[in-house]
Design a protein around this ligand. Structure first.
Ligand SMILES: Cc1cc2nc3c(=O)[nH]c(=O)nc-3n(C[C@H](O)[C@H](O)[C@H](O)COP(=O)(O)OP(=O)(O)OC[C@H]3O[C@@H](n4cnc5c(N)ncnc54)[C@H](O)[C@@H]3O)c2cc1C
Length: 204
């Protein structure tokens, strides 16, 4: 052994070089994996503090510094944001409901009529604001869902929204303008249409 490698410093240098090469390969693989887009994990929580180029020469020390200087870069979309207010939730829900009404078919199937009635009923039980849900239950009792056609459903919805508006001291919305305020989703090639939607009133 001593005859093959008489200089102990030389042997040490060779060992460090082998180790360096091994760490470099692992780091290069890790970097590629961390930056490879994946359908389930698009935003890695950790990233390397500086890029590692497998082709560039690097000393063992240099590489070890890179290994131990991971800086967690937490994806900003995962940071807790301010809680949603009752008003924001309300606006988002009314947007959903009026858009659904605008898109509701002229001639709904029996199932579609059943579905919107169930949706309203579930909303009155599961809406994530208890006082609103309880109030909406009363509103539904006094104003049973009418969903025989697109026009009937959107007018009914406008009316119940106005019942809620009145109870909150808000302005009453003129329901003859509901079609001007709320429209179908802007969706290419009618891909958002519900089953039973006719070509009537659709700009192609
Ligand atoms: C089912 C339900 C029950 C709710 N109950 C309560 C409650 O009990 N207490 C409470 O504090 N909040 C309640 N909210 C929230 C409340 O209705 C409002 O959403 C919230 O106060 C924000 O009001 P806003 O003035 O921004 O407009 P929103 O009432 O949210 O309306 C959004 C937009 O819809 C349009 N619009 C208004 N009225 C009509 C209408 N009649 N027809 C069509 N379009 C209209 C206007 O352009 C308006 O800007 C409820 C929400 C929902 C969805």
């Amino acid at each position: 052994m001593a005859a093959e490698n008489p200089n102990p410093i030389q042997a040490l240098i060779q060992t460090v070089e082998r180790f360096s090469s091994c760490v470099q390969t692992h780091l290069a693989n890790f970097t590629q994996q961390a930056h490879r887009p994946s359908p389930t994990k698009r935003n890695p929580l950790m990233s390397l503090s500086s890029s590692v180029n497998a082709d560039s020469p690097a000393t063992a020390t240099h590489l070890l510094i890179k290994v131990f200087t991971f800086i967690p870069s937490v994806d900003s979309s995962l940071k807790p944001s301010a809680p949603v207010t009752k008003e924001e939730l309300g606006r988002a829900t009314w947007t959903f409901l009026h858009t659904l009404a605008a898109q509701y078919p002229e001639n709904p199937t029996r199932q579609q009529k059943k579905d919107v009635k169930e949706l309203m009923s579930i909303l009155s039980r599961m809406y994530p604001c208890k006082e609103c849900a309880d109030h909406f239950k009363e509103v539904l009792r006094a104003n049973p869902v009418m969903a025989g056609s697109q026009d009937e459903f959107s007018q009914w919805l406008c009316h119940v929204h106005n019942v809620v508006n009145r109870s909150l001291g808000k302005l009453i919305f003129p329901c003859e303008r509901v079609d001007a305020r709320w429209g179908k989703l802007d969706c290419e090639q009618r891909a958002c249409d519900l089953q039973g939607t006719t070509t009537k009133n659709i700009d192609l």
